[in-house]
Each structure stands twice: as C-alpha cells, then as structure tokens.
Design a protein around this ligand. Structure first.
Ligand code: SAM
Length: 289
C-alpha cells in the first residue's frame, strides 16, 4: 500500500493532462464517499428534502432531457469516471453508449457493473485520452463532458473533437467548475489551496473562466443552446461528500493512508470559493444553426 506522497512524484505531477494518480486509485475509495452510482460531479438539488443519491439521479435525468435522448440514441461520454452516466443512460434510456477515460481501473469497474446490470450489449468503453483516441467521427447523437474538460490542456482541440464526433444536429453537454472571471484566475490560480488541489489530488487541471469555454465552443462552430448555473448544486454535492468522507474516514485510510484528510482538504478548498472565486456551469450546444 502506498501513501499519497509516495504516489505523487513531482515529475509526474507536472505533466499536463496526467490525472491517473487520482482517478486510477482503488475504485472502492470512491465508493466510500460518492453516491451509489459513483458519480464524481455535481448533483442537482432542486427539490427538498433530497439525498445525494437522489440529487445524482435527478442530474442524470436533467442531462438526458437537455440532450433529448431517446431509445437507441448514440452517446459518447468523455471522462466517463466509474460509468455513472453511461450505465444510467443505457439502462434508463436504452441508449447505446461509449465511455472514454485514461484510467484503466475505471474501465474494469464499468465492465463488471455493465454485466451485473445486463447492459453489456449497449455499453463500450475506450481507455485513453479523448484528444488522441481513435473514435468514429459524425456517429454520435450526443457528447457529454462532466468535470473532464478541466483535465484537457488544449480546450480548443477538445471542443473541436467533440463537434467532430457529432452527427449534424447532435448535442454537446459540458459542465465544469470555472473561475468566476479572468481576474479571479489571475489572482487565485497559483494560491496554495488551488495548487494543493491541482498537484496533490489530481496531478493536473486547468480551471478557466466560462468566457473561455464559450469562446471555444463558438470557435469550434457550435450553436449555444443554453447555460445553466449549477454553483449551489455543486456546493451541496460537496457538503454531502464531506459528510461521507468523515463517516468513512477509517475505511478510506485503510485503503490508502492519509486519503481521508487529503480529500477533506480538497473538498473544503473547493467549497470555500463558490460564487467568489469559482462558479459551476453547464453549457449545452448544438452541432447546427
Ligand atoms: C471528475 S471525473 C468525472 C467523471 C464522470 N464524468 C462523472 O461525472 O462521474 C473526470 C474524469 O475525466 C477523466 N479524464 C481526465 N483526462 C481525460 C482526457 N484527457 N480524456 C478523457 N477523459 C479524461 C478522468 O479519468 C475521470 O474519469
């Protein structure tokens, strides 16, 4: 068993786009503080009372509605994590789904879950970075990126590729944590808290202001359908994760010594900035006029 410091050598940390130091950890760690679907992105807290598990299911229906998913829709999820979105869309919407991420253990976990859920005929995954993976162009009705574009150094390349994957009229959903504006990035991007989250947790990440994402999708030729502010939803999600880390701290540290404290620091840093330095947005775009 290695500790957090041992597994994060400085040379590895500084490689742009390398995030497997976090996402390729034992999937059971994430099962101890995420919801049962292991969705590692914002839920949707629009009814009360609401649990973390319910908020994540609400969010997945929200995404499916925005993408106008129907039975047989072909969906590509970029940065698929432990398969929360692809397995849900295959099961609930009869969608034919493809997930991609560079973290091999996520794919082992997804394969096991797809078999348990009886959806292996509709689910495929690819291990690799979206930027250089071989995927069939113009063959998807929808492309999603929930919390993954922050890990892609070239935002224009990522968005151009997303559009290249879509049929005409297909939809692109991207949700991400953003700096509140360019001035907030200039002021906070190199602060200790931001550097801790970037280097000691993820290995690499480049948070941008929303304006940069909007410019990238416009330049790629997308038509913007809408922007949703999910800042309060992500704050609530992280509050729920923090509670679960606290409850499961011993079990998390058993799998990886020091991880509970590191997760707590990361999540507290994230929740300190909402509305002041950071915001969380969903952007929905169409490959058409
Ligand atoms: C914050 S997690 C979000 C996972 C998932 N979308 C969810 O909502 O649970 C970010 C995901 O992006 C993946 N990722 C990181 N860099 C990537 C890249 N260059 N191409 C594709 N996926 C990437 C990570 O392995 C991880 O699965």
């Amino acid at each position: 068993m290695s500790t957090i410091a041992e597994a994060s050598p400085a040379a590895e940390r500084t490689q742009p786009g390398q995030t497997n130091q976090h996402y390729d950890l034992d999937p059971e760690i994430f099962g101890l503080f995420l919801d049962p679907l292991r969705k590692y992105s914002s839920g949707l807290y629009r009814t009360e009372p609401i649990t973390l598990a319910q908020a994540q299911v609400a969010k997945l229906h929200f995404v499916a509605d925005l993408l106008r998913l129907t039975p047989g829709s072909r969906l590509l999820d970029v940065g698929c994590g432990w398969g929360s979105l692809i397995l849900f869309m295959a099961r609930e919407y009869d969608a034919r789904v493809t997930g991609i991420s560079p973290a091999g253990r996520q794919h082992e976990y997804i394969a096991t879950r797809a078999a348990q859920l009886g959806v292996i005929d509709r689910v495929t995954t690819t291990v690799g970075r979206f930027e250089d993976a071989t995927l069939p162009e113009r063959s998807f009705d929808a492309v999603t990126m929930l919390g993954s574009i922050v890990h892609m150094p070239d935002v224009d390349l990522a968005v151009r590729r997303a559009r290249a994957m879509l049929r005409r009229g297909g939809r692109y959903y991207v949700s991400e944590t953003c700096f509140r504006n360019a001035a907030a990035r200039d002021e906070f991007d190199r602060r200790a808290g931001t550097e801790f989250v970037r280097n000691s947790i993820f290995g690499w990440g480049d948070m941008r202001p929303l304006s940069e994402l909007v410019r990238a999708v416009e330049d790629a030729g997308f038509s913007v359908d809408g922007v949703e502010d999910l800042t309060e939803d992500y704050r609530r999600t992280i509050e729920d994760w923090l509670l679960r880390v606290e409850e499961s701290a011993a079990a998390i540290d058993e799998l990886r010594p020091g991880m509970a404290a590191a997760l707590t620091r990361y999540l507290e840093v994230a929740n300190a900035g909402w509305g002041f330095t950071t915001k969380h947005y969903a952007l929905v775009c169409r490959n058409g006029r």
